[in-house]
Every structure is written in structure tokens, then in C-alpha cells.
Design a protein around this ligand. Sequence first.
Ligand SMILES: Nc1ncnc2c1ncn2[C@@H]1O[C@H](COP(=O)(O)OP(=O)(O)O)[C@@H](O)[C@H]1O
Ligand SMILES: [Mg+2]
Length: 258
Amino acid sequence: MEDRLILSASHLKKSFRTGRNNNVLAVNDVSLEVIKGETLAIVGESGCGKSTLARILMRMIDADEGSIYFEGEEISGLPEKKLRVCRRMMQMVFQDPASSLDPRMKIRDIISEPLLAWKVYDSRSKREDRILELLELVDLKEDCLDRYPHQFSGGQRQRIGIARAIALNPKLLICDESVSALDVCVQAQILNLLKSLKQKMGLTCLFISHDLAVVSFIADRVCVMKNGQICEMAPASRIYNDPQHEYTKYLLSCIPQI
Ligand SMILES: Nc1ncnc2c1ncn2[C@@H]1O[C@H](COP(=O)(O)OP(=O)(O)O)[C@@H](O)[C@H]1O
Ligand SMILES: [Mg+2]
């Protein structure tokens, strides 16, 4: 695998059993490469296989066929024990922070959970310093540490989810519909936050969304998916100005014009 790639996948396939004689081919022969430092967006209508693809890439579920390389090492066949380091380097930000943050935990505990699990700091005060640093990175104030998730707005909760996701300095952040549940203005704020974090931390981002308009704010390259397959993958400017595939043209025609 080339040095410029952080992740590459070839010929991934995954089907799910949905009934006695029914299978859904959620991911059907997908190959892609993620370049270090870029934001690669994966777009397509709901049900086209985006989340399944993300879960396969993170090894949260196993593909039926195909291989995955992370920083040059094949991880598709690695046993759970050997996946530990790679898990740390790939983190996920989910769609619905309300359900991905434990409602009984204070924000301090939510953010320090990965630091404790990985025994990153040997003292409480060093950990506390890191928590404050993370809060600053996501533009939250110190006084939120002793509060609970339900005391925050959707956008603030997403900031908390992002703080937790970047706590271990991952190399790859996978955002699965991370702004889809938010109001348009708040979406823009979170997208700007992700952009600035990318710069500050040298993150690579896989940004999954059903919304081509949202993706245009953040993507360097766009991969368009339909029915478990990639129909077009190109630099963002090309996708928006000179789409080649009929389905990409169709998705673009669905963006409301002001
Ligand atoms: N655990 C599962 N069991 C059965 N079917 C599933 C499962 N996960 C996803 N699917 C099906 O796979 C297809 C792709 O789903 P998904 O990856 O969630 O799409 P997207 O994220 O693009 O909306 C859908 O038809 C969905 O119903
Ligand atoms: Mg999904």
C-alpha cells in the first residue's frame, strides 16, 4: 500500500439475512482508498449501505469478502486482540449524540472514559488537563464538566461526542451522519469545528451523509453510493460541477436551490 494512503479496502461484500429466504446485499463489491489528511465523503440515499461500509472499515462487523488495509497493514483478518491499536487510531462520531452519550454520566466522565480505558495518564491532574484541552478544542466551557448530557443542546452534545472521539488523538475520524439530526445553522457550526480540528490535529476524515449539500462544505473527494455499490468517486469540485454518473446528477438535482 502506498504511503499516502491511510486506509484502503478492496472488493468488500456484506449481506444480511432478512427473512427465511431473503438476503440484502448491503455492500456489494466496494473498493476505495482514503488519502492521509483528506476528507472523503460517502453520500447516497438512506439504505444504500453507508453505515454498513463504515462498520466494516472499523471492523465493528466483518465483511463476507474483501480486504482492508490500515496504514499498510491488513486488518481484515486480524484477531480481536491485535485490533486494539488500530481501534484507537480510528474513532467514530455518530448521528445521534443523545443516544451515544450515557445519560447517567457527567461530561467529565464521558470524555475521560477513553483516557482511563487506555491508561493514557498516570495522574488525575494530567488527565484533568487533557480534558480541559479537549473542551477548548471543541469550544465548550469548563463549567459543563459536572453536568449531564440532557442539559445540553443537540449541537453541544455533538461537541461532547467529538471531544470523546478525539481524546486519544486518532488518525482517522469516521463521522456517520454526524450533523444530520441538527438544525442548519448548528450543522454549519459543527462542520466548521470538524474542519478546524482536521487542521489542528492532522486528522483524516471519512464523512458519511445522505445530503450532498452538507457534504459540499467539507469534502475534498466524494464517493457516491447506490444499492451497496460505488457509482462515482471524484474530487468534490468535479462531482458538483461536472458529474459523470446519472445517479450523481439525480442527487444534485434534489438539492433545493435558493
Ligand atoms: N444488522 C442488519 N440486519 C439486516 N439488515 C441490515 C442490517 N444492517 C443494515 N441492513 C440493511 O442493509 C442495507 C444498508 O443499510 P445501511 O448500511 O444502514 O444504509 P445507510 O447507512 O446508507 O442508510 C439496508 O437495506 C438495511 O436495511
Ligand atoms: Mg446509515
